[in-house]
Design a protein around this ligand. Structure first.
Ligand SMILES: Nc1ncnc2c1ncn2[C@@H]1O[C@H](COP(=O)(O)OP(=O)(O)OP(=O)(O)O)[C@@H](O)[C@H]1O
Ligand code: SF4
Ligand SMILES: [Mg+2]
Length: 331
């Protein structure tokens, strides 16, 4: 008998988020297996952060969230604030875009790395101190004991982000959520932080959800990629397949926007012409149609559903739908 697939660590189904009448995220679903990395990519405003923040109850009270998000079987979307406080920091570690915003400038690194250990694990101060130094070592901060006494402004942006990562992994979570963890950093240290995250997922057998607007950032570290457009998933699947056989014209546009600096150091930064619909802007049919070079009649009338196109690869495009063929002559 074939082996049953592993139970996913995180299973998100029909996730929807509205701010008043405005939908920000629509029917998002994905599964994340233990020890694997999912990258959520898409342009600004596509719903990447709202998706992540909804999972751990960090959206403003004005957000109306529907659907389910089961972490080790427990639905995070129906959890109480008290339950979510235990999940945050303990089961799920968070790494934000701007490390300076995540750290308290008035408190030493040591007191901030110790905090989750005292709060969630009830460690004694002395043990927490030793563990905090160990954690700084784990994330590659030299002379960890000395750095416990430092203040955030005494560290570079890359080192500050390492501290935030140390805090995120302090209670040995099962899942790390990293929302654009390198965007605020110098280009020279971005690769080091990505390497650290990859290394930690392997060493600690963590699962990672990493958000980025840039597919090239997550190339080489993601097992699966989820592409968002206008609050919805337009493509999702194994990373190698998405890079080799992107099904959705939007994903192909994102891939084509990656400049090949190895080939040409002066390669221009290109984007996909046009822009996504604004919040609440009604679009008939496929919401990418106004920007899509392959748009045909049906696209402006019916919205394509996310459909499996090959093993574990899904796309929401009429041209990718196996049951619907494009009219003859369409690419
Ligand atoms: N607190 C809020 N109130 C109202 N609308 C919001 C709020 N937060 C986000 N939105 C809207 O939800 C949509 C998705 O926003 P989100 O922040 O998830 O985008 P994103 O993909 O993370 O973009 P970026 O790459 O710029 O971070 C946007 O239209 C945004 O304006
Ligand atoms: S459904 Fe049509 S408009 Fe939308 S991405 Fe596919 S080809 Fe383009
Ligand atoms: Mg964001």
């Amino acid at each position: 008998m074939p082996e049953a697939p592993p139970e996913p660590l995180l299973a998100v189904e029909h996730l929807g988020v509205r701010f008043g009448a405005l939908p920000a995220v629509r029917d998002v679903g994905f599964a994340l297996n233990r020890g694997t990395t999912l990258a959520i990519v898409g342009e600004s405003g596509s719903g990447k952060s709202v998706t992540c923040l909804s999972l751990i109850g960090l959206l403003p009270a004005s957000a109306m969230v529907t659907g389910t998000a089961r972490l080790e079987g427990t639905d995070l979307l129906s959890a109480t604030e008290r339950e979510l406080r235990r999940v945050r920091g303990r089961r799920v570690g968070l790494v934000y875009q701007d490390p300076m915003g995540a750290l308290d400038p008035m408190r030493t690194i040591g007191s901030q790395v110790r905090e989750p250990l005292l709060l969630h694990l009830g460690m004694r101060r002395r043990d927490a101190n030793a563990r905090a130094a160990e954690l700084l070592g784990t994330v590659g901060i030299p002379s960890p004991r000395q750095h416990l006494r430092a203040y955030p402004h005494e560290l570079s942006g890359g080192m500050q982000q390492r501290v935030v990562i140390a805090m995120a992994i302090a209670c040995e979570p099962v899942l790390l959520l990293a929302d654009e963890p390198t965007t605020a950093l110098d280009v020279s240290v971005q690769a080091q932080i990505l390497e650290l995250l990859t290394d930690l997922t392997e060493r600690l057998h963590l699962s990672l959800v990493i958000v980025s607007h840039d597919l090239s950032v997550v190339a080489g570290m993601a097992d699966r990629i989820l592409v968002m457009y206008n609050g919805a998933v337009v493509e999702e699947g194994p990373a190698d397949r998405i890079f080799a056989h992107p099904e959705h014209p939007y994903t192909r546009g994102l891939l084509a926007s990656i400049p090949d600096f190895a080939e040409d150091p002066d390669a221009p930064l290109t984007g996909i012409p046009g822009h996504a619909p604004g919040p609440g802007e009604a679009v008939m049919g496929c919401s990418f149609a106004p920007r899509c070079p392959h748009c045909f009649e049906r696209c402006t009338q019916d919205e394509p559903e996310l459909t499996e196109t090959a093993g574990g690869h899904r796309a929401a495009c009429w041209l990718a739908s196996p049951s619907v063929r494009a009219p003859a002559g369409n690419p």
